[in-house]
Design a protein around this ligand. Structure first.
Ligand SMILES: [Zn+2]
Length: 111
């Protein structure tokens, strides 16, 4: 994965559980129009099923929306320290510069 916070690659352990029902039918092409993604129809005469596409899809579904370096054993961020330092600097600069859009509204902020 590429970390959303620091942009550096890292390994993420994935775990998830999916069920796929495979039904043996006489006419699988006609049955597939049911559009249920959890059910796959194959011909009764079929002896093999290629699960590569399922595995690929399940892996993609198990990847979380937000991908951030996990903390290390000491509870410290696993992100690139140089990037963290830069982000912290940018945050401090952002705090100092108040957006002129909000000028005049500041007096209401603490109410
Ligand atoms: Zn990171």
């Amino acid at each position: 994965m590429i970390c959303d916070r620091c942009g550096q690659p890292f390994e993420m352990q994935l775990w998830d559980d999916f069920n796929q029902v495979v039904k043996l039918v006489d006419n699988p092409e006609a049955m597939s129009e049911d559009e249920d993604p959890d059910v796959t129809y194959i011909s009764r005469t079929e002896s093999h099923l290629n699960v590569a596409d399922f595995i690929y899809e399940f892996i993609n579904l198990s990847i979380p929306m937000q991908r951030i370096h996990p903390d290390d054993a000491n509870g410290k961020s696993g992100c690139d320290p140089k990037v963290l330092e830069m982000l912290e600097k940018m945050k401090q600069q952002g705090d100092q510069q108040t957006n002129p859009i909000w000028k005049g509204l500041e007096k209401f902020r603490d109410n």
